[in-house]
Design a protein around this ligand. Structure first.
Ligand code: SF4
Length: 129
């Protein structure tokens, strides 16, 4: 991962750390459940059909997360979002700017546009794992 996606991955790690530390009283380490969530989120990020043009997941027309993980993501964002500004202001501002990005559904992109964004021909099946 590079650029924007790398920054998104770092933002996600910080948000999960804030949430896990407060809810599961872990000191620096993530609990098993939060580690599992973070692994899942990183795979989703790597497979995101938008590539470097990725919108924020909350503004995404695909919503590729499985329901359980999606609910977990919402809880983490709701709790950690307001706390991020003080602790990680640059990541928070960048995430806010990403939130202004509009995204078409991948099926509305041409095959060439998908290749350009991701370097491969992803399908919607990529989002089933
Ligand atoms: S497809 Fe949508 S929900 Fe899935 S990682 Fe990409 S932006 Fe997030």
């Amino acid at each position: 991962m590079s650029g924007h996606l790398d920054r998104e991955a770092r933002t996600m790690v910080k948000m999960v750390q804030i949430y896990c530390g407060a809810h599961h009283h872990t000191a620096g380490e993530l609990c098993e459940d939060c580690s599992k969530f973070l692994d899942y989120a990183e795979v989703r990020l790597e497979k995101c059909p938008y590539g470097e043009d990725k919108p924020t997941c909350s503004n995404c027309p695909v919503h590729c997360y499985k329901p359980h993980f999606r609910a977990q993501a919402k809880a983490i964002m709701r709790f950690s979002g307001p706390r991020m500004l003080l602790r990680h202001p640059l990541l928070t501002i960048a995430h806010y700017m990403d939130g202004r990005r509009r995204a078409l559904h991948p099926r509305d992109l041409t095959r060439e546009q998908r290749l350009e964004k991701t370097g491969r021909f992803p399908t919607l099946k990529d989002n089933d794992s």
